[in-house]
Design a protein around this ligand. Structure first.
Ligand code: SF4
Length: 329
């Protein structure tokens, strides 16, 4: 995995390579900026770069991504809700304007190859999962009574924290809530981050192609959360349209290291777990089958998911993983 080579400081992180690629001007229309972005990105052979090749210039390809993200932020199309609102003034489906975060720390509870992982928990989410286990930071953080649960996000300060924690951390892990609505803040953070560290995008993967394009050349490892095997379960339990179509499309486009997490849910083995495993069998991804589901938040109102898993369900899920020859992690 290239991810491990970056974590061990044998290869440069992709975002550092972007900061070594000069841009003539950022003073162009959005369409022109995107054209230049796509052209330059398609020419980069990330594999050929060594740490010695990294030499920062300004403005650079990461600055260009930030400029494009600023345009998208004012007409928000970061995720497939496609609210097209100006986030400087309004809130869309996710109700997020500027970025807040709940906490950041060295996480020892992630997959073995990730720990210790410097995990940054952003507030707010573009999903409304009725079983959310982090509902206090993902769903209701904007409630004035509990607003102090979240802290104002400062890109420069966070970059310093990332550099400081790199002494022990193997990666920086952007999560939430959901990182997608915070894409602009995350790109800006990396602009100010000057250590070699793999970038982990820990996400529900309901991004638009525009957002995925901005993450191309930034993310070193996608840590994805694949919840539902069909659109209907997603609409009922997470209030999301076209979930499977979008999330499966996005997985098909990933060409860096990927770990897929699937949280097995009670009574959803054949409508969700099996369909996801069947889809994943076409790819060379690592898969983490997770059994820690517990009914939280509003799950009490949904009979099918208002309990923990049975041993029989856990056994069946593992048999399905074996049936589809998944590379379990
Ligand atoms: S991130 Fe998604 S949900 Fe939030 S405003 Fe943008 S398009 Fe809407």
């Amino acid at each position: 995995m290239r991810y491990l080579e970056i974590a061990n400081n044998e290869k440069p992180a992709r975002f550092l390579i972007l900061k070594s690629i000069p841009i003539e001007t950022l003073d162009l229309e959005l369409e022109e900026l995107i054209k230049i972005h796509d052209k330059l990105l398609s020419r980069i052979n990330f594999e050929s770069y060594s740490l010695e090749d990294i030499s920062f210039v300004e403005p650079n390809l990461l600055d260009l991504k930030i400029k494009i993200a600023e345009e998208y932020y004012r007409n928000c199309c970061f995720c497939e809700h496609r609210c097209y609102i100006n986030r400087e003034k309004e809130r869309g489906f996710c109700r997020i304007k500027e970025s807040y975060y709940a906490t950041e720390f060295l996480h020892y509870g992630e997959e073995k190859i990730l720990i210790p992982s410097h995990t940054i928990f952003f507030c707010g989410c573009n999903f409304k999962c009725v079983f959310c286990q982090n509902w206090d930071i993902s769903q209701v953080y904007f409630n004035p009574k509990i607003k102090n649960r979240c802290l104002k996000y400062d890109e420069k300060k966070m970059a310093k924290i990332i550099e400081f924690r790199r002494v022990l951390s193997k990666n920086v892990n952007f999560v939430g809530g959901e990182p997608t609505p915070h894409l602009l803040s995350i790109l800006k953070t990396l602009k100010y981050t000057n250590v070699n560290i793999p970038v982990v995008w820990n996400s529900n993967m309901y991004l638009t192609l525009e957002a995925l394009n901005l993450l191309d050349g930034v993310v070193d490892l996608y840590l994805t959360d694949f919840k539902f095997g069909n659109n209907e379960c997603a609409e009922r339990l997470s209030k999301i349209r076209n979930y499977f179509d979008i999330v499966s499309r996005n997985h098909s486009l990933l060409d860096v290291d990927v770990i897929v997490r699937h949280l097995v849910m009670p009574n959803h083995l054949y409508c969700c777990t099996e369909r996801i495993f069947k889809f994943l069998s076409k790819f060379d991804f690592y898969v983490n089958v997770m059994f820690q589901y517990r009914p939280e938040y509003l799950a009490i109102y949904y009979k099918d998911i208002n309990r923990t898993l049975t041993y029989e369900e856990m056994r069946e899920a593992l048999e399905l993983a074996e049936k589809y020859k998944l590379k379990l992690i």
